[in-house]
Ligand binder design. Structure first.
Ligand SMILES: CC(=O)SCCNC(=O)CCNC(=O)[C@H](O)C(C)(C)COP(=O)(O)OP(=O)(O)OC[C@H]1O[C@@H](n2cnc3c(N)ncnc32)[C@H](O)[C@@H]1OP(=O)(O)O
Ligand SMILES: CC(=O)C(=O)O
Length: 490
């Protein structure tokens, strides 16, 4: 069976506290979602604001393959706003639980039913596809829910949706509820789960097992409070664990995740299933040894299936097989004695509570073997001007090792460090697309002359490196850390 994917990243996902997308950002995400293969894009809630309508209009004008939908309350004014944006469909929501009807709507169940039916008729009269959705459905009387849905269907609703608005569903109840609903409802049933108890993915999958044929999801599980069911988790669980099909091009999941994360300014937790940076990262020696022999020993799926990448991390838990694997990847040949010496130093670093980055490993290798890796791009000159009456500005001159080729750039920033790093980023932008994902400063001693340790995390595609650099000057520590990271990624 093929399950339809209704993506609500741009509506419920954008309701994440503090998140607000510009219309162009909405369009960028919508295009990616369409490429990913979602069936419906809930582009927003047209009544929300002028900017929201601009964003939805940009998306509907793009003639994407996906159905473009707007959230609407059961009110003509909301439906008019959706019509102004030229959407294909409306996600027409009406609360059905006693608590919502009594305290929020201040309506009786009968008045609520009438309000919903009038709105369905209004939307259908205006040519819209209608998904009639029951808010707080999982705390509602099931007979009232079935009655309301069937009245809505008689009025033309094309699909219905059951919302677990406050995330209180459980997998067992989900199967039962959707079985009962599918026995009593003759149009496609959709499920919309929230993650308040971390159950959204399980509840969504169980709803499909019970009889739902479409699920509402968001990229990275973004959304109100603890978020919505995560698109990547639901899709992969449905396909890999239960054998359902979807239209999703799974190899685009990682890339889509990172675009949403960047535009919403919401970092993806490293341990996030499927798209987290640790989802296919391994440190424990026993695991890495197993993986080298056969990746299926410690990976349920190949990372490439979801566009992610396997990473072997060195640390306290590493074994010799992992170390040998890393050295082979780096093209470094050493004796068994040197391997053992490097291994002991890796363990020592780990015991000090340190993460061993690729830079640390290279430094250990250099010390043990007496060899030194050549930097590909070197910092020649750095000039920074800052003060209270000037926008901080920096210029850098870099040169390619062994060549008569230079990169010179100037940039500004909110402070001198930002300006200097921006100048480096601009200088190398034509050479490689390297992004600074994390920057933090740790003062290693007290006083204004403290030795500063800067930690940066840089990404080029799926490759991520973390570099620490100490210097008495915070600007130099920052720029040297970034330069070292760039060299590792080239
Ligand atoms: C579970 C969910 O995710 S629901 C979706 C949540 N999304 C949003 O809230 C979208 C962003 N919201 C907004 O921009 C604003 O709240 C607006 C424009 C929708 C409304 O703003 P206001 O007119 O100032 O109303 P306000 O937000 O204060 O109150 C909501 C009103 O909608 C009513 N309402 C709420 N849900 C529904 C519904 N499904 N159908 C009909 N009326 C509803 C409430 O009863 C309340 O009405 P009242 O003012 O008569 O008491
Ligand atoms: C409609 C919706 O987003 C909810 O009930 O959670």
């Amino acid at each position: 069976m093929k399950v339809r994917i209704f993506d609500t990243t741009l509506r419920d996902g954008e309701q994440t506290p503090g998140v607000s997308l510009t219309s162009n950002e909405k369009l960028e995400i919508a295009i990616k979602l369409d490429e990913l293969g979602v069936d419906v894009i809930e582009a927003g809630s047209a009544i929300t604001s002028k900017g929201e309508r601009e964003g939805i209009k940009l998306i509907t004008r793009e003639n994407l393959n996906a159905e473009i939908c707007s959230f609407v309350r059961a009110l003509p004014v909301d439906i008019d706003a959706a019509l102004e944006c030229d959407v294909d469909s409306v996600h027409l929501v009406i609360p059905t639980s006693d608590i919502h009807m009594k305290y929020k709507l201040k309506k009786t169940p009968q008045e609520t039913m009438e309000c919903a039916i009038n709105a369905v008729e209004y939307a259908k009269d205006h040519g819209l596809i209608v998904e009639l959705s029951a808010e707080d459905a999982t705390r509602s009387d099931v007979n009232f829910l079935i009655g309301l849905f069937n009245k809505g269907i008689e009025s033309g609703a094309n699909r219905v949706c059951v919302c677990d608005t406050v995330g209180v569903l459980t997998p067992e109840k989900s199967i039962e509820l959707f079985k009962t609903l599918s026995e009593n409802i003759k149009v496609p049933i959709s499920v919309h789960c929230h993650n308040d108890f971390g159950m959204a993915t399980a509840n969504t999958v169980c709803a499909i097992r019970g009889g739902a044929v479409q699920c509402h999801v968001t990229v990275n599980g973004v959304g109100e409070r603890a978020g919505n069911a995560s698109l990547e988790e639901v899709v992969m669980a449905l396909q890999v664990l239960y054998g359902y099909e979807t239209n999703i091009k799974t190899e685009k999941l990682y890339e889509t995740s990172r675009i949403v994360s960047r535009l919403m300014k919401l970092p993806v937790p490293p341990n996030k299933a499927i798209v987290g940076d640790n989802a296919f990262a391994h440190e424990a020696g026993i695991h890495v040894d197993g993986l080298i022999k056969n990746t299926q020993t410690y990976e349920p799926i190949q990372p490439e299936l979801v566009g992610n990448k396997r990473r072997i991390i060195l640390g306290k838990h590493s074994g010799r097989a992992a170390l040998k694997y890393k050295l082979d990847l780096m093209g470094i040949e050493i004796t068994d004695k040197q391997l053992n010496e490097i291994y002991e130093r890796v363990k020592h670093f780990g015991d000090l509570g340190k993460y061993i980055s690729d830079v640390d490993l290279k430094a250990i290798i250099s010390e043990v073997t007496g060899s030194h890796a050549e930097e590909k791009i070197k910092l020649d000159e750095l000039t920074v001007v800052s003060g209270n009456k000037i926008t901080p500005i920096a210029s850098v001159k870099l040169h390619f090792a062994g060549e008569d080729r230079h990169l010179i750039e100037t940039s500004y920033g909110v402070g001198p460090v930002d300006a200097a790093i921006n100048a480096v980023k601009r200088a190398i932008s034509g050479v490689a697309d390297v992004r600074l994902e994390e920057y933090r400063v740790e003062a290693m001693s007290g006083g204004t002359d403290a030795l500063i340790e800067v930690v940066v995390k840089l990404r080029r595609g799926c490759e991520v490196v973390e570099v620490r650099k100490s210097h008495g000057d915070i600007i130099m520590a920052s720029v040297l850390a970034v330069m070292e990271g760039i060299n590792m990624l080239l």
